[in-house]
Structure formats: C-alpha cells, structure tokens
Ligand binder design. Structure first.
Ligand code: GLU
Length: 507
C-alpha cells in the first residue's frame, strides 16, 4: 500500500505571504484534497533574526480567507506537532549528532571573520568561496584536527557549527515530479551548515527532520528551493529515511515577463501582491477580490488543465489539478486577467453577499443633499434591484457606486459632450410632452413605459435617438447605464418627472 498523502506548507514568518506563497499553499491543498490526504501548516521560524511579529497570524488568516484551511498546524494539533520549529528546537541536535557519528557531517570551528576573509579574498580574484572537498582539510574543522585536538576544543566549549560532508566525485540522481530526472555533480556542492553555533538547526536540517517526523509524502514548494534538492536528498540517504517525492513550482513572473513578481511590481502596476492588507499594502481581500477569483487565477498561474477551461471553482480544481501538468517555466502574472476573474465571480455571487458588501460603501458615498429618497437608499430590496441592474458591468463591488450613483442621487450635472451632441432645439418640447405622457400613467413598470413611449415616438414620427438619448441624459446625467426603462421604473414616477423638470430648467 502506498503511503498516505501528507503535504505541508512551510512558510517562514518573516512578513506577509506573497501571492506566490499562496499559490504554493493552494497547490499543496489541491494535491492533498484530491488524494484524501492531509494539508499541514508548519511554521519555519528557526531564523530568529528574521522573525516578524504578526506574520504567523497573517499566514493563517490568509489561508482561511482564501478557503484553503490547513488540517494540522499551530492550534490544530494531531499527534505530529508542535508545528512551530522554535518549539521543536531541542529535538534537532540529536539528528545532527547522528550524522556526525555516521561520518556524514563534521564540526567546523571557523570564525565568521575567517570565513569572511576567505570570501573576500576569493571575490577579489573573481572566484566564489565554496566550503567543500577541495579546501576543507585546510580549514578549521574536525576533519583537519587530530582527535585529541578536537576533544580539547569541544571540552573548552568553543563555538562550532555542524556541516554536511559532501562526497567527492559522485553523481547524484535526483528526481522532481515537474522537472523529471536531474543529475548533479557533488564536486560543485557546498558543505552546507546544518546546525548553527547558537544551538539552532538551519533550515535544511530542521526541514528534513520535520518532513520525516511529520510523515510528509510530497514536498511541493517554490523553485527557489530546487538548489537545495541535492542536499536534502543526501540527508534522507544519510539518515536512512525514505525521501518524500519532490515538486518544485515555477516562479510567478512580472507582467512584462522577465524577472520574479515583486512587491514593487504591484506598487507600480496598482495591483495587490498580498492576499490581505499588510501595512500600507492593500491586499486582494481589501481591494474587493473574491477568494474564488484569487484561487482561480492562482491555480492557472503555472498549471493548465490541458483544455480551454479557465473557470474553476475550488471543488473542480481539486478534481482537475494535476501536479505533473505544472509547467517548468515561469508563469507571467496578468493583472487584467485577475479582474476578468473577479468580474465573473461577481456575477455568480449571491445577491445577499453583494448587498451586504455594498451597503457600507453606499452609506459612505450617499449624500443627504443629493439623495432623492433616503428611505429607498436604505431599503435592502431597492439596493438589491439596483445591483441586479448594474452588476453586469462591474468587476468589483466597489464599482457599484461609480456605475449606479444616479439610482440614489438626482444628477446635478450632465456630460457636456453628450449635451452638445444630443440636446437639440426641439428636445425641450419632446421632453415636455414625454412628461405629460408619463404623468398620466398609473402603471410605471418598465414594460409599460417601453410600450407607451415607443408607441408615442411612432405616432409623432420621431426617431428613437431624438427621444431616448436626451431622456437617458436626463435620468443618468450621461449616456451610460442599463436599460433606460428599467431605470425609470426603479426610481419611480415622481423622481423621473422631477429629473425631466430639473433638466429642462438647467439645460
Ligand atoms: N521555510 C521555507 C520557505 O520559507 C520552506 C521551503 C520548503 O517548503 O521546503 O519557503
């Protein structure tokens, strides 16, 4: 029987989650759910210098808002915890010791100053300093010291780090679900530090030990970790543990296509980079995106279903997602496409959701002076009807006001270009007659209005444009908006007549 699928998202709490991190979490989530597996959140906080207060909460809130909550993690213990590496710190040392006794790792006493000296010295010669087989016997470590010297220095409690012992002249055969077979010559590898002089493991050691202890079956993470695959694979071998399968996800690229998408790109292009607001940076949530849109566009940044389908709700993604169809090359971020998705999901939202999100915006925008009927403006049924007329043109709930202010305010200005073009000599006369016609109506429904006005246009031998354009201008202040008779019916007879009257006075 194959192992139960268990995947983890393992962010370091060094700040808000970048949208690329959310995609990593999403792919892990999709893979877990389609295999009836577990999705685990592990907080990799071994680097205390980079720890940022509030970042862990942010990560959890972001996953919850997106609708991809973890099954196990901080606060959701289930036998594999704790899930913060800082709370596991005592358990790593014995694994480092195990590697030392097996000859797979060694003590190194080199001071930061001496390493710095070597680095600079190499740089000045146009070379890069690598700590490995070619120089380790000349450096200050347990391989170059005699056993006695080593014991003395350990007994004196001199500061040391523990480094991995990379073999010389070997070819490693690595495997990645997305990239296939990869061969690496061990001679180019660094003897990476596994355990630091402050008593904490490095990312590499803690990551491998935890993935093993947490019984992780698949490691799905960003491409920036691909260079660590050689070390990680060797560590599993050194411990004699079965390695998980690896999948390294492509980068998310700038809209222009070259380079990794950064916070600055978002600032420049006016689009969010974080799921939720963080400091001055507005998040997707606060910018008015629905979680469905964010998940949908992220899913397709780096993966495609092999069909033309672009719209996927979460349950469809769980079925369709295929790790082996994730692209090798970077995925270009397209801010316009994210709006397109939001437009789609806005049309799909429940009326009640739209109403509740719009009401606070409306309350802020509404002017008591311009409002023609405050009771209507606060009436849920009326607001919902307005939304249903204008939402087709909206990508965000925030657009509703822009698109439909005239359903709440009597227009107090008119688009001048339109006035110039549409307000003819006989317009006042036409509108006067329309007003009398409307005055006589008891049934002010959209269909009745349409019947009566069209019939009248025919009888008078007028063109449609001669009547409808000025009438729209009067009702909306512009030539925009949904079906004109729907607008008139919704604001009602009294307000329609008032708008005609005001326009006749003003124009
Ligand atoms: N802590 C690493 C990060 O911040 C995790 C990398 C991994 O998934 O192995 O991305």
């Amino acid at each position: 029987m194959s192992k139960k699928v268990r995947v983890r998202f393992a962010p370091s709490p060094t700040g808000p989650l970048h949208i690329g991190g959310v995609r990593t979490a999403l792919y892990n989530y999709l893979f877990a759910k389609q295999n009836n597996g577990d999705f685990i959140l592990r907080i990799e906080d071994t680097d205390q210098k980079r720890y940022v207060e509030g970042a862990e909460k942010y990560i959890i809130d972001a996953l919850n808002w997106c609708g991809i909550p973890f099954d196990e993690g901080p606060g959701k213990e289930s036998g594999h915890g704790p899930y913060r590496q800082s709370e596991r710190k005592l358990l790593y040392k014995k694994y480092a010791d195990q590697l030392i006794s097996g000859g797979k790792a060694y003590y190194a006493f080199d001071t930061p100053e001496s390493l710095d000296f070597h680095r600079k010295d190499h740089e000045s010669k146009g070379k890069t300093f690598i700590y490995n087989w070619h120089n380790r016997l000349k450096l200050d470590n347990s391989l170059s010291l005699s056993p006695d010297e080593l014991q003395t220095r350990l007994a004196k409690e001199e500061k040391f780090v523990i480094r991995f012992y990379n073999p010389q002249d070997e070819v490693l055969h690595l495997n990645d679900i997305i990239r296939g077979a990869i061969q690496i010559d061990t001679n180019i590898l660094d003897d990476k530090v596994l355990f630091k002089s402050d008593g904490m493991p490095t990312y590499h050691l803690a990551n491998i030990v935890d993935d093993h202890l947490m019984e992780i079956s698949h490691v799905i993470r960003g491409e920036e970790w691909l260079p660590s695959l050689a070390l990680h694979t060797q560590l599993y071998e050194a411990f004699g543990w079965e390695a998980p399968k690896f999948a390294h996800l492509p980068l998310i690229m700038k809209p222009e296509g070259k380079g990794k998408l950064s916070k600055r790109d978002g600032e420049k292009g006016g689009f969010p980079i974080f799921p939720l607001s963080w400091g001055d940076s507005v998040g997707y949530k606060e910018a008015g995106y629905f979680p469905e849109s964010v998940l949908n566009f992220l899913a397709l940044l780096g993966w495609n279903p092999g069909t033309e389908q672009e719209l996927f709700e979460l349950n469809e993604l769980i079925k369709a997602f295929d790790l082996s169809r994730v692209h090798k090359s970077g995925a270009r971020f397209d801010p316009e496409k994210t709006k397109w998705y939001n437009h789609h999901y806005l049309q799909e939202q429940d009326d009640a959701v739209l109403l509740n999100s719009f009401k606070p915006i409306l309350a802020k925008k509404l002017s008591h002076e311009l409002a023609f009927d405050l009771n209507l403006a606060e009436n849920d049924d009326y607001i919902s009807r307005v939304i249903s007329l204008i939402k087709e043109r909206a990508s965000f709930v925030l657009d509703f006001w822009e698109l439909g202010a005239y359903f709440f305010h009597t227009p107090n200005s008119y688009n001048e270009k339109v006035v110039k073009k549409q307000w003819k000599e006989n317009t006042p006369n036409i509108l006067d007659q329309i007003a009398s016609l409307l005055e006589s109506l008891d049934d002010f429904s959209s269909s009745k209005l349409e019947d009566v006005i069209k019939k009248w246009i025919g009888e008078e031998g007028l063109t449609f444009g001669q009547v409808m354009a000025p009438l729209r201008l009067v009702m909306v202040g512009d030539l925009k908006g949904p079906h004109l008779f729907d607008i008139m019916a919704l604001v009602g007879k009294k307000e329609t007549l008032k708008r005609i009257r005001i326009a006749l006075e003003k124009l």
